[in-house]
Ligand binder design. Structure first.
Ligand code: GAR
Length: 211
């Protein structure tokens, strides 16, 4: 495809968000985007199996093989350059990369976070911890956010958000499942498409979506 956008997806775990992207791609919903490689920070991530089952190239860059974030980030930057990534999607990727990567791919990396940023985000807020904190605070609404990645964790310009109701009796697990189903698996593919169609403009810390 002319002007095809090469999407590299970074994962660390189960990969349900990756699956949502694969399903969207199969339905032609990623526009000119194509998932060309999946990179995992963990060797046993089920996300790798999902990629393989769909004929997508996989690579692993194991976090614990590197002594610090700087050397891990440098190795990741090399992989992303090698893969000629036009867009990098953090889909349940649990490692914070430094400015070496974020500056090299400014406004080309996006992350899905399982809360309405700026609530329940930043260092330490990942996976079930996020939902546990939301329930402890007693919020009645949570949700998901897709945003550009910057060197500051969860602080980059917001692209899309979707609210999800918190229900009485929710556990971190039930809330996580509802937020994934009702928000993450929808807004992540939508944001990828908007990016690939060139419809996102960044003005400082704010994005504008040109429909
Ligand atoms: C998702 O809920 C994702 O938003 C979250 O981890 C889960 C990964 O699930 N990511 C973070 O918390 C990053 N700060 P998945 O592997 O099934 O997509």
């Amino acid at each position: 495809m002319i002007n095809e956008k090469r999407i590299v997806v970074l994962v660390s775990g189960g990969g349900t968000n990756l699956q949502a992207l694969i399903d969207a791609q199969k339905k032609g919903e990623l526009g000119s985007g194509k998932i060309t490689c999946v990179v995992s920070s963990k060797a046993d991530a089920y996300a790798l199996t999902r990629a393989e089952q769909n004929g997508i190239k996989t690579r692993t860059l194991i976090r614990k093989d590197y002594s610090d974030i700087a050397s891990y980030s440098k190795a990741m930057r090399d992989i992303l350059l090698e893969e000629k990534a036009d867009l990098i999607v953090y889909a349940g990727f649990m490692t914070i990369l430094d400015e070496n990567v974020c500056d090299a791919f400014e406004h080309k990396m996006i992350n899905v976070h399982p809360a309405l940023i700026p609530s329940f985000c930043g260092k330490g807020f990942y996976g079930l911890n996020v939902h546990k904190a939301a329930l402890e605070k007693g919020v009645k609404v949570s949700g998901a956010t897709v945003h550009f990645v910057t060197a500051e964790c969860d602080a980059g310009p917001i692209i899309l958000q979707k609210a999800v109701e918190v229900l009485e009796g929710d556990t971190p697990e039930t809330l996580q499942k509802r937020i994934m189903e009702q928000a993450e698996w929808k807004i992540l593919p939508q944001a990828v498409r908007l990016f690939c169609d060139g419809k996102i403009t960044v003005n400082g810390s704010v994005t504008v979506i040109n429909q």
